[in-house]
Design a binder for this molecule. Sequence first.
Ligand SMILES: Cc1cc2nc3c(=O)[nH]c(=O)nc-3n(C[C@H](O)[C@H](O)[C@H](O)COP(=O)(O)OP(=O)(O)OC[C@H]3O[C@@H](n4cnc5c(N)ncnc54)[C@H](O)[C@@H]3O)c2cc1C
Length: 333
Amino acid sequence: MDTNIVIIGAGVVGLAIAQELSKWFDDVFLMEKNATFGQETSSRNSEVIHSGIYYPQGSLKATLCVEGKELLYNYCQQKQIAHKKIGKLIVSTNASEDRILQAILRQAQNNNVTDAQLLTMKEIKQLEPHINATSALYFPSTGIVDSFGLMKQLENDAINQGVQVLYKKEITAIRKITNGYELTVSENNERFSFTASVVINAGGLYADKIAAMVGIYEPSYTLHYWKGEYFSVTNGKHKLINHLIYPIPHQNNTGLGIHATLDINHRLKLGPNALYLPTHTLDYSVDKAHGESFYNAAKKFLPFIEFDDLQADQAGIRPKLQKPGDAVRDFII
Ligand SMILES: Cc1cc2nc3c(=O)[nH]c(=O)nc-3n(C[C@H](O)[C@H](O)[C@H](O)COP(=O)(O)OP(=O)(O)OC[C@H]3O[C@@H](n4cnc5c(N)ncnc54)[C@H](O)[C@@H]3O)c2cc1C
C-alpha cells in the first residue's frame, strides 16, 4: 500500500481523528477538497459545547456528547484554546411549558447530565435579570469554544505528530482492493490514484456520497440538508444576558428552537432556525424576511429585543439522517 490511513475531510471531526490517530499510527494522510480546514459546517455553527440533554437515553448522541464534553474542556484547557463554561438556561414562559421542562430534566438525568438545576423565578432573576421566564432549567457546564482556534490547534497537533495534511484534494472515487482501497484524487482538474489500508470518511455533508463510492449504499443512510440561519443582535443588547438562553425545543426534533447564543467575544446571535433544503444544494443565504419570525420567537423570552436590533448573519447546513416528519435518528458510525 502507498499509505496506511487516509482521512477524508478536514472539518472538526476529521481533524480530531487525525490528531488522535497520529498518536498511535504512522503514515496518516488527511485530505480536504477546500483550500483550508473548516470551510463548511464546522465554521457555521453556534460553537456551543453541549451537555447531551435532549438525546434518547443510551443513544450514541447522548453517550458521546456527555463523554466528549469533558474531553473537549480538558483539551481546551491543556492547549489554551479560548473557551468559557458560560452555562445555559432552558426557559419556559407558561404553565404547559413548565411540564415539558420537568420531562427535559428527567431526560438529562437519564443521560448522566448531572448538573441540571430547576430554578425558581427568583433564582432566574438573579442570573438573568432581563429575561422573561416562569421557570428554567440551568446547566452550568454548557459552554462555548472558539471553533477556529480549536481546529487550528487540532491541525497543528496532527502535523506535529506526522500527519500529512493535504488541501485542494478532492476524493472522487474509491475502489475496494485486496487489503485496502484505491482512491482517485482530483486536484485542479488533474487526477491521480493511490492506495491505502484504511479509509476514514469524515466528509460531513458528503459522507453518504463518499460511502457510496465504496459500495456502501443504503437508502436509510441518505443525508438530508437542514439549513440554519442566524441573525445577530446589535445596539448593545449583548450586555443584557450572561448565559445561553434556549426556549423549550421543537417537539418535532427539527431543531432546538430559535435561541440566544453568545460567542467567545460576547457577540449575541439568535438562531439557528431549521429549514429543509429539498434540493440538496449548498445554500448559505440568509433570507432577511425571516427576521420577523426570529424577532417573534425571541421576544417571548428576551423582552428587550427590538425588531431593528436584528441583522441577517450567517447560515450553516446540518446533514441529518431524517427528513421532515421522520423520528429522530442516532449517529451511524
Ligand atoms: C446551524 C448549525 C449549528 C450548530 N451548532 C452546533 C453547536 O453549537 N455545537 C456543536 O457541537 N455542534 C453544532 N453543530 C454541528 C457541528 O457544526 C457539526 O457536527 C460539525 O461541524 C461536523 O463536522 P464535520 O467535520 O463532520 O463536517 P464538516 O465541517 O462539514 O467537514 C467535512 C469536510 O469534508 C470535506 N469533504 C467532503 N467531501 C470530500 C471529498 N470528496 N474529498 C475531500 N474532502 C471532502 C468538506 O470539504 C469538509 O471540509 C451545528 C451545525 C449547524 C449547521
